[in-house]
Ligand binder design. Structure first.
Ligand code: ATP
Ligand code: MG
Length: 582
């Protein structure tokens, strides 16, 4: 039978014969892949690695990416935003003007062109878009304006990993809004919040929106869109009252600290041989970990500091950075810490130190703390801040954890893991002031533009979809992101009747607008099933000598593994109905 391949309005084929396709599947897990999505996207033939954090998209991978981009475009356009395409290579001058040439650090890839001019490979596009705005936006009549693009970014991440999840080169949708004042800017922000919500709903993903830190982009206020998955790099704090925040952002003005003991006994030095870690020290001394004062040494860019935190708590480096106002603080290596303080790690202490000391509020009431003595194998008992050692600054430094009081209502926080797929920021005047982007008010005076910026990681969203939707056999694509919605498997292609039935179904499905891959390879049924499960199209239709004898095809749902037998003539229409129902 001659098959007529159909194409959609964008030129994408609705169907593919696998014998003519390029989907190199692998039996074995690739050695370098640490997380499920990375492993499966490689094994299913969606992506291939070129260099650390740099991947090629193969045909199946690109189809899924294009579908996601289409969903994003549709919702961005619906919200009134306009698509542009900005240059990836940008003059360093512009980054010096905004101040980020110095601030951005090593993630910003810099190079020189043949004229010896500084250039960057853009990690984000606030500078360029603000430059356009300052040249082209004249008056209040030009506002509001929201411009977006879908484009390749480069960030020289220190630890690129997890495939598309944290690449160095990756595709991002980034958008930027310009408004006359804060109230109007808030409306633009809200419109993006709603567009993003529709985007991730359409993708069929389970996600949460959380309050977030603004990081290197800056600005006053931001939310992240998080795909919920056990393997997520971000911890998220939730409360039943509706409070939701990234753990690195979640405020912790008050949390349970140990009650003070009266009267406070004097400071006493005690021998603690080899007790470097909180758990072993707590066990050795028979004290609760919360009474141990962890002492961490950081390089902050403004000089080294000691940071003190209760032993049953983790420090939140993002809060530390925001309090200090410098670049990302770096924990000193054991060698550096010892060279600086004279004490090996595990025995650092604030007594008599020349370094600046910052301490978490949670230590404020502790009167019988245990703290490093500043020399190997000794700690002090009964340490009390103020009495025994000096604290330069009391700060909120602890990472929120499950059970902590909610900063909004005092209820109990729970913690889940998530993958950041989108991030929206209220930038305010940060870039418009730096680059002098103004508009003329109706009365003629100049006002700076209020800005917002909005990102979605396209590749990361695809990886997150896999992270959330898979089983031991492979990917389980949500219908909206599947490279093809249906896979037709004729099990014995040497049998003409089986081959013809497969082709007929293939044609019928395409005619009904169902994106279909026909596995017309002359392979064992077992291998076809394995590949179909791995690639993860939501619907699988099998025809075999046996099913044909009954006049039937077998329909299998990838997600639930449910199987239905349908009359051959009704299969395509039934499948289309199921697809449309989602
Ligand atoms: P992260 O904290 O994960 O490093 P970010 O907060 O620096 O990300 P943004 O500047 O908010 O990232 O970028 C917008 C979106 O781009 C992110 O929400 C994420 O989905 C995506 N993204 C950022 N960095 C990467 C990367 N290295 N690889 C893939 N996607 C990324
Ligand atoms: Mg972010």
């Amino acid at each position: 039978m001659t098959i007529e391949i159909k194409f959609d309005a964008r030129g994408q084929a609705l169907g593919l014969r696998l014998t003519q396709g390029f989907a190199p599947t692998l039996k074995e897990d690739p050695a370098e892949a640490e997380v499920v999505s990375h492993r499966l996207l490689i094994r299913a033939g969606f992506i291939r690695k070129l260099a650390a954090g740099i991947y090629s998209l193969l045909p199946f991978g690109l189809r899924s990416i294009r579908k996601l981009e289409l969903i994003v475009r549709r919702e961005m356009n619906r919200s009134g935003a306009l698509e542009v395409l900005l240059p990836a290579v940008q003059p360093g001058e512009l980054w010096k003007e905004s101040g980020r040439w110095d601030f951005y650090g090593q993630e910003l890839l810099r190079f020189r062109d043949r004229h010896d001019r500084d250039c960057v490979l853009a990690p984000t596009h606030e500078e360029v878009i603000t430059d356009i705005a300052r040249r082209e936006i004249r008056s209040w009549r030009d506002l509001p304006l929201n411009l977006y693009q879908i484009q390749t970014k480069f960030r020289d991440e220190i630890r690129p990993r997890f495939g598309l999840m944290r690449g160095r080169e990756f595709i991002m949708k980034d958008g930027y809004s310009f408004d006359a004042d804060e109230a109007a800017s808030d409306l633009s922000y809200r419109a993006m919040h709603e567009a993003y919500t529709r985007i991730f709903q359409t993708c069929g993903l389970k996600f949460a929106v959380v309050e977030a830190d603004s990081g290197a982009i800056g600005g006053s206020h931001s939310h992240e869109f998080m795909v919920l998955a056990e393997t997520g790099e971000d911890g998220l704090a939730f409360c039943q009252c509706g409070y939701a925040a990234n753990q690195e952002k979640a405020g912790l003005a008050t949390y349970a600290t140990l009650a003070p003991k009266d009267p406070a006994p004097p400071l006493t030095e005690t021998h603690t041989p080899g007790c470097r870690q909180v758990p072993e020290l707590a066990a050795f001394l028979g004290v609760p970990p919360g009474r141990i004062i962890k002492c961490l040494a950081f390089e902050t860019g403004l000089g080294p500091i000691l940071a003190l935190i209760p032993g049953d708590r983790e420090i939140n480096p993002v809060k530390l950075k925001n309090h200090l106002g410098g670049p990302e603080p770096r924990l000193l290596t054991p060698e550096e810490a010892e060279a600086l303080t004279g004490a090996p790690l595990g025995f650092l202490g604030p007594l008599g130190t020349r370094l600046k000391v910052v301490a978490d509020h949670g230590l404020g009431r502790l009167k019988n703390g245990v703290i490093g003595a500043g020399r190997a194998d000794f700690h002090y008992l009964n340490a009390e801040a103020g009495r025994d050692f000096h604290v330069d600054q009391w700060l909120d430094l602890a990472l929120a954890q499950a059970g902590d009081p909610c900063p909004a209502c005092g209820g109990r926080l729970s913690v889940k893991r998530g993958i950041e797929v989108g991030h929206i920021f209220k930038l305010g005047l940060k870039y418009s002031s730096a680059l002098k982007a103004v508009y003329a008010r109706p009365d003629g005076g100049d006002e700076p533009l209020f800005m917002g910026c909005y990102g979605i990681g396209i590749g990361r969203t695809l990886a997150a979809a896999v992270e959330q939707n898979h089983d031991q056999d492979g990917i389980i694509w949500p219908v909206a992101l599947a490279p093809y919605e249906a896979a037709v498997l004729p099990l014995q292609v040497q049998n003409e009747k089986v081959a013809a039935a497969g082709e007929k179904l293939f044609q019928e499905l395409m005619d009904l607008g169902v994106e279909t891959v026909l596995d017309d390879r002359d392979e064992r049924p077992g291998l076809k099933f394995k590949d179909a499960d791995l690639i993860g199209c939501p619907f699988r239709v099998t025809v075999s000598e046996k099913s044909l004898a009954a006049g039937e095809a077998e329909l299998k749902f990838r997600a639930t593994r449910e199987v239905a037998r349908l009359p051959l003539s009704e299969t395509a229409a039934a499948l289309r109905r199921l697809r449309d129902e989602g």
